[in-house]
Design a protein around this ligand. Structure first.
Ligand SMILES: [Zn+2]
Length: 143
């Protein structure tokens, strides 16, 4: 197992599905960070076969709605003094505002700059489907 120094104070985003780590890294703009950040890919895990992990040596707000849209098995650990002081459980969001666009090109949210896309979760099985509040079109979030 590859060794990476543990962090003193910050955030560990764990149990990220393999291949999604780099996308979350980009979404959280960690490539622009001026504090230490680490992306670990294809790490062995007991729960799933392999996973990605992001370690952030900084206290910052992490968008749990975004992580929930990606995978609800992701966990967010808040670290202080080298210990986990809080574990945040990520949940599939029921209501989403402005995170992605409606699939319907004729939808008002796609051409009126003053209309923010709003969605409601309508299906929770293998695929997450979100219904547009303006036109009822179903859209799946793709990272
Ligand atoms: Zn729409």
């Amino acid at each position: 197992m590859l060794k990476v120094n543990s962090i003193n104070r910050g955030i560990v985003i764990d149990h990220i599905p393999v291949g999604k780590g780099i996308k979350i890294f980009d979404k959280l703009k960690l490539n622009e960070a001026d504090f230490p950040v680490v992306l670990l890919m294809n790490v062995s895990s007991n729960i799933s076969q392999k996973k990605d992990i992001i370690k952030i040596e900084n206290v910052m707000d992490i968008d749990l709605t975004l992580l929930g849209l990606i995978d609800s098995n992701i966990t967010v650990n808040i670290i202080d003094d080298n210990k986990i002081i809080e574990k945040k459980k990520v949940e599939i969001p029921g209501d989403v505002t402005g995170m992605f666009k409606c699939k319907n090109s004729r939808c008002i949210s796609n051409f009126d700059d003053y209309v923010t896309p709003k969605f409601k979760l309508v299906h929770k099985n293998s695929k997450l489907l979100y219904s547009c509040e303006y036109c009822d079109e179903l859209t799946t979030y793709v990272l």
